[in-house]
Design a protein around this ligand. Structure first.
Ligand code: UDX
Ligand code: ADP
Length: 474
C-alpha cells in the first residue's frame, strides 16, 4: 500500500535539490513540486527568465527547467506555506564539515538539518513523509525523528491536531556535471526506512521512469552508511591512481597506459581511474572525514587511519604539483606570470567547493607569482571568496603574488611564462599553441594535470611540456 501524494516540497535549492526536483517534476507531471530556500538571491536566479542566469550550471538542466518551471515546479522563499501544504518533504540542505567545537574538521555540521527539522515540526500539518537527501552522517535520521517527535508531543499537550512523520533516507548519488543524466538513468535508487507505506509511496514516484529492479530498500542506517561508503570507495580509487603518478614520472612509465591496463580487468573496472590534481567537490572529503570521525568514535582507530590516508594522498598530490611547477621554472616563480586554465573542481560544473585549484593557486601565490585565471563557467566573485585579495586591491609592499580574472583563454595566456591546466574542460583539448607561442614569454611551459592537452601540438611550437604521470615528458 502507498499513500497518494500530490504536493512535494524540497528544502534547499542547491546542486542536489534543484536538479533532482526538476527531473522528478519532468517525469511526474501530476505532482506539484515546490523547491524552497532561505536564500532570496538564489531563488531569484532559479526564477530568472534568462535561463543563462540559473544559479548552477549543469548540462541539460536549462532544457528541463524550461519544460517544467511554473508548470509543476516552483521556486520560492515561502518556507512556511510550502511546508504546511506538502504531503512529502525532501531535505536537501548543505552539511559542511564543522569548523569549530567538538568534531571540528571532521564531523558534519548538522545545524541546517536541525533547523529544517524544526521548521517542519513547526509548520507541517497532518502526516508527512520526510525524505533526507543531503549527504549526512549515519544516524542523522534519528536526530530529525527526535526533533519531530518532540513537536508532535508538544502539540498533543496543547490539544492540537497530532502530526505524524515517517522518516526516509534516500541518498542522492548524482555527480555534478552529469546530474541530469544520472537522475534520469541512475545506477540505483536507494531508499532506507522502517515505514513500509512511506517507502512504497516514494518508490511509486521513482517507478514513473526507473525500473523496479534498480530501486533497492534497506533499513535507515544501512542507507545512510552506504552513501558515505560509496563516496569513500570512489575517492579511494582516485588517491590510489594518483599515488602511482610520481612513480610513473620517475621511471618513465605512463599513468594512462597503466590505468587502461588495470581497468581492463573486469574486477577492477575502467571507470574512475583518471589521475589528476586530486579530488574536489562538496562530498568526498567531507564524507571521508565523517567516516573517520565515526570510526574514531567507535574506537576503530586503525580503520580511521586507513581512510584518513585517502585524504592525505589528495593533499600531498596538490602540494607536489606546486613544487614541480616552481622547480621547472628555474626554482622561482616570484613575479612570473602563470595562466591558470580551469578553476572548477571538475568539468561541466560552475562549482568550486574543495576544488584542487584553490589549494594549488594559494600555494603558487605564496611563491609571489601573478596568476591569470580563466574558467568557462566560474565567475570572479567565486574565486575572490576563496583566494581573497586580487590584483586590484593588493598592497604593493607585500611579497605575496596576486591574481586577475580573465574572460578568455588568450587573455589568460598573454604574457605568461607557463600554462597550468587544472580542470578537464574540453575547451582545453585544442589550445592554439601557434598563437600562444607568439604572446607568451619563453621558454614557455605547459603543465597538464588533467591529461587534456595535445602534447604533440604544444611541442611543435616549442613549448616545454610537463604532464602528470607521464615519464616521457620529464
Ligand atoms: C561525487 C560522487 O561521484 C556522487 O555519486 C556523489 O553523489 C557526490 O560526490 P561529484 O563530487 O559531483 O560526485 O563528482 P565526481 O565525478 O565524483 O568527481 C569528484 C572529484 O574527483 C572531481 O574533482 C574529479 O575531477 C575527481 N576525479 C573523478 C578524478 O580525479 N578522477 C576520476 O577518475 C574521477
Ligand atoms: P548541495 O550541494 O548539498 O545541494 P548547496 O549548498 O548547493 O548544497 O545547497 C543547499 C541549499 O540549502 C542552499 O541554497 C541553502 O541556502 C539552503 N538551506 C540551508 N539551510 C536551509 C534552511 N534551514 N532552510 C531553507 N534553505 C536552507
Amino acid at each position: 500500500m502507498e499513500k497518494k501524494i500530490r504536493k512535494i516540497c524540497c528544502i534547499g535549492a542547491g546542486y542536489v535539490g534543484g536538479p533532482s526536483m526538476a527531473v522528478i517534476a519532468d517525469r511526474c507531471p501530476y505532482l506539484d513540486i515546490n523547491v524552497i530556500d532561505k536564500n532570496i538571491e538564489r531563488i531569484a536566479k532559479w526564477n530568472s527568465t534568462n535561463l543563462e542566469e540559473l544559479p548552477i550550471y549543469e548540462p541539460g538542466l536549462k532544457e528541463v527547467i524550461k519544460r517544467v518551471r511554473n508548470r509543476n515546479l516552483f521556486f520560492s522563499n515561502d518556507l512556511e506555506k510550502n511546508i504546511a501544504e506538502a504531503d512529502m518533504i525532501f531535505i536537501s540542505v548543505n552539511t559542511p564539515t564543522k569548523s569549530r567545537g567538538i568534531g571540528a574538521g571532521q564531523a558534519s555540521d548538522l545545524k541546517w538539518i536541525e533547523s529544517c527539522a524544526r521548521l517542519i515540526g513547526e509548520h507541517s500539518i497532518g502526516s508527512s513523509i520526510i525524505v533526507e537527501k543531503s549527504t549526512i552522517p549515519v544516524k542523522t535520521a534519528q536526530t530529525i525523528k527526535s526533533i519531530l517527535d518532540s513537536y508532535s508531543f508538544k502539540k498533543t499537550l496543547d490539544n492540537e491536531k497530532i502530526k505524524s512523520f515517517s522518516i526516509l533516507s534516500n541518498p542522492e548519488f548524482l555527480a555534478e556535471g552529469t546530474a541530469i543524466s544520472d537522475l534520469e538513468n541512475p545506477d540505483r535508487v536507494l531508499i532506507g526506512g522502517e515505514d513500509e507505506m512511506a517507502i512504497n509511496t516514494l518508490k511509486e514516484i521513482y517507478l514513473n521512469w526507473i525500473k523496479g529492479s534498480k530501486i533497492i530498500t534497506t533499513d535507515l542506517w544501512s542507507s545512510e552508511l552506504s552513501k558515505l561508503i560509496a563516496n569513500a570507495f570512489l575517492a579511494q580509487r582516485i588517491s590510489s591512481i594518483n599515488s602511482i603518478t610520481p612513480l610513473c614520472e620517475l621511471t618513465g612509465a605512463n599513468i594512462n597506459d597503466v590505468a587502461i591496463a588495470i581497468g581492463m580487468d573486469s574486477r577492477i573496472g575502467k571507470y574512475f581511474l583518471n589521475s589528476g590534481p586530486g579530488f574536489g567537490g562538496s562530498c568526498f572529503k567531507k564524507d571521508i572525514l565523517n567516516l573517520v570521525y565515526i570510526c574514531n568514535h567507535y574506537g576503530l582507530i586503525e580503520v580511521a587511519d586507513y581512510w584518513e590516508k585517502v585524504i592525505d594522498i589528495n593533499n600531498w598530490q596538490q602540494k607536489r604539483l606546486t613544487r614541480i611547477i616552481v622547480e621547472k621554472l628555474f626554482g622561482t616563480i616570484s613575479e612570473k606570470k602563470l595562466a591558470i586554465l580551469g578553476f572548477a573542481f571538475k568539468a561541466n560544473t560552475n562549482d568550486i567547493r574543495e576544488s584542487p585549484a584553490i589549494r594549488i593557486c594559494k600555494d603558487l601565490l605564496e611563491e609571489g607569482c601573478y596568476l591569470n585565471i580563466f574558467d568557462p563557467k566560474v565567475n570572479e566573485l567565486q574565486i575572490k571568496e576563496e583566494l581573497g585579495v586580487n590584483d586590484k586591491d593588493r598592497l604593493p609592499e607585500t611579497n605575496r603574488g596576486s591574481w586577475v580574472f580573465t574572460s578568455s583563454i588568450t587573455q589568460a595566456v598573454n604574457g605568461a611564462d607557463a600554462i597550468v591546466v587544472l580542470t578537464d574542460w574540453s575547451e582545453f583539448n585544442n589550445l592554439n599553441f601557434e598563437n600562444f607561442s607568439k604572446i607568451m614569454r619563453s621558454p614557455s611551459w605547459v603543465f597538464d594535470t588533467r591529461n587534456v592537452v595535445n602534447v604533440k601540438a604544444a611541442k611543435l611550437y616549442g613549448f616545454k611540456v610537463w604532464k602528470l604521470g607521464d615519464g616521457s615528458t620529464n
